[in-house]
Design a protein around this ligand. Structure first.
Ligand SMILES: [Zn+2]
Length: 326
């Protein structure tokens, strides 16, 4: 059945904009659907792309900022009623993502928090998040089944925290194999997204080819190593110069440079990784009218010898397949 990439949403940052959904991507492998991040509108974009909710297999979260996880409750709960096969509930949707950080990051003189929300667990990890979603929606999960036929709520989802990869003696990270079966292997490294620790990038290897998702990161050697030789690198992109010209002050720009890869830098990541195609996503600024697709692709890809594509919501790519690699 092949492997197909579908961009479900390509906006950066939490603020909703017209014309782009929040960050989310899908990789369909042999009919099974794997979702990377669940930003604003992910369930609607999933339906609009014609993807099958009964084939949603697993969700991979790059980090726990709201623009990457905000519509995870909907992705789990809206299609719950359909998650039944001939012999009862479908296997649980697996959700993988970062663990709790070792410590809540501190602020400094430039930026600091005022109130610490939920001081007993101020930085919950992925398993905590999913547990809290189920707890928060317990009314729906416990009441709906007594009015409608619903599959067992206890079989809806299983969450797992990903251990941060160890470093090899030379210094580079050894990617963690997050999930593996006969059709797909998913591996991850930690990337650098300011104080959002851990933040992860993922690589999917299939018989049809390989796709890497950067998550949010500044230029990162471990991501470059993870992406080496991949067919497609889906990479976030920021135009810090644009933001500086439109009111973002020096202190915030300096902070953002530690959070993101700039449009002037991303070609170097793709070139050094030797990927076939660089697909831009998670744009900052997110507004599609701010910077045109032609401008994004032209500036981001100017030094890259492969193909550069400005991603947009609904973009699809079929991987080359076995014959292309033979
Ligand atoms: Zn982000």
């Amino acid at each position: 059945m092949g492997t197909e990439l579908v961009l479900l949403g390509t906006a950066g940052a939490p603020m909703p904009v017209a014309g782009r959904g929040g960050i989310s991507s899908a990789l369909v492998v042999g009919g099974r659907v794997f979702v990377v991040d669940c930003g604003r509108g992910c369930p609607s974009a999933f339906a609009a792309a014609g993807l099958d909710f009964t084939r949603l297999d697993a969700v991979f979260l790059t980090h726990l900022h709201a623009d990457h996880v905000g519509d995870l409750p909907g992705l789990l709960l809206y299609p719950w009623g359909a998650r039944v096969g001939g012999e009862g509930p479908l296997p649980p949707i697996r959700v993988y993502g970062p663990s709790r950080p070792v410590a809540l990051p501190a602020g400094d003189a430039v930026f600091s928090r005022q109130t610490t929300i939920c001081p007993d667990l101020p930085a919950p990890g992925t398993a905590d998040l999913v547990g809290h979603i189920l707890a928060g929606y317990a009314y729906h999960l416990n009441v709906m089944p007594v009015d409608c036929y619903m599959p067992d709520a206890g079989a809806l989802v299983r969450a797992a925290d990903i251990a941060v990869p160890a470093r090899a003696e030379g210094g580079g990270q050894v990617p963690v194999v997050v999930a593996e079966d006969s059709e797909v292997r998913v591996s991850a490294v930690a990337v650098t997204h300011g104080r959002a620790v851990p933040a992860l990038a993922y690589r999917f290897d299939t018989a049809d080819g390989s796709v890497v998702f950067s998550g949010d990161t500044s230029v990162n050697e471990d991501l470059i190593a993870l992406a080496r030789g991949a067919d497609i690198l889906v990479h976030q992109v920021a135009d810090l110069g644009y933001l500086g010209r439109h009111g973002t002050d020096e202190a915030e720009l300096a902070r953002m440079a530690a959070l993101h890869t700039d449009v002037t830098e991303v070609w170097g990541v793709a070139e050094r990784a030797g990927v076939g195609e660089l697909i831009l996503s998670h744009y900052l600024p997110a507004d599609p009218d701010a910077v045109t697709e032609a401008e994004w692709a032209g500036r981001a890809g100017h030094g890259f010898s492969g193909r550069t594509t400005a991603g947009h919501d609904g973009l699809r790519r079929t991987l080359p397949g076995r014959n292309a690699h033979a």
